[in-house]
Design a protein around this ligand. Sequence first.
Ligand SMILES: [Zn+2]
Length: 397
Amino acid sequence: MMPMTRQQIEVLLDRLDQHDYVVSAYVDMTVKNGFARDVDLHLKNQARAAAEALGPTQARKELDANLEVIRQIVADHAGSPVHGLAIFSSLPRGLRHVVPLDFEVENHLVLDEEPFLLPLLERWYGEATHLIVLLDSDEAHLFLAHGGEPEWVRDLERKDVQEDYQRDKPRFTYKKRFARAQHERLHASVDDQFLHEVREFVAEAWGHDHYAGLILLGQPPITASLRRLLPRELGQAVVGEAPHAMTARPQDLSDDVIRIVEKVRTEREQLLLTELRERWRRDHLVASGPSEVLDALLQGRATQVIFGTHRDMQGARCSECGYRFGLPVEVCPYCLAACKKVNAVQEILRLAVRHRVPVHLVRRGAATDPLAPAGVAAFLRAEANWTPPAVTAGARS
Ligand SMILES: [Zn+2]
């Protein structure tokens, strides 16, 4: 199955500042009937929270109605190859949104005024999606890899192959591969018509979605020729190139793809942390801690967000003006309305998706947090005094 798309997340971001409750359910689909078993336990915890927020009668009614929707969706997906489901349901809002997940989640139920998106956002930013091209002189296969696991996307085959070599034979046989290897495979040139087709094929797929980079696999002379042919933007997007035998099976690519993706990730992290330390040292265009980072995002000043190993930071949201704070404020300094506790990490990631600001997450497992004690930081294009005084005043109180 395909990894989740930006659209699947964005549709949930546009439902801010409504006061009807949303039930967010994360369902582990790898265990048969697991959700049905666990749901009662989670329900007890959530029912208490719901009763506090809505009053016992109303809460019970809303929860039950939404849970019925969720149970039905889980039942409809039984036996499908998804690893998990994220389901968002709010009957008063007319919200019923399902995101099939290609990664495992724990059963989890949250009732809040906003969809609980942290697991989706963390996944979205935590593991970049790469587009992979495996090619030889006759065929090209496109895969994508979210993290390290490649999945097949599409195939392209040289038009004359079927007639010349493959009549009546299944594809991807050894015979074909060796038959053409000697005289053509090693002599691909930029004049080769097939390579031009591959270029178009790749460019089209690239424009289709948001990829962190392009990986070229195949015989070096051929991948090098393709690289020379690629449009500039795509050429710059190539993050790795490696020799690889032709195959149509995504799992054959795993080791190489994981190696390249990990290398890219580590190099990128080193670069970002070096730059962060330098900005910290000079106290130059950098926001530190959830409050400053949220302000920078809300004011459009952030160009890159970096999280350390922690994903739990207390924040608050004003129930009237909707301003978000990176600390547990109880009364909004702008409009004096009561604030509600929120997870500041979710707020930061949500704003980053909306404003298309890149985010790097240091993995949770790391022994030490390179961002301690700030926890989160952002590179800025302008200092805070760039913003109107009314917004700046009190933002850090
Ligand atoms: Zn307010």
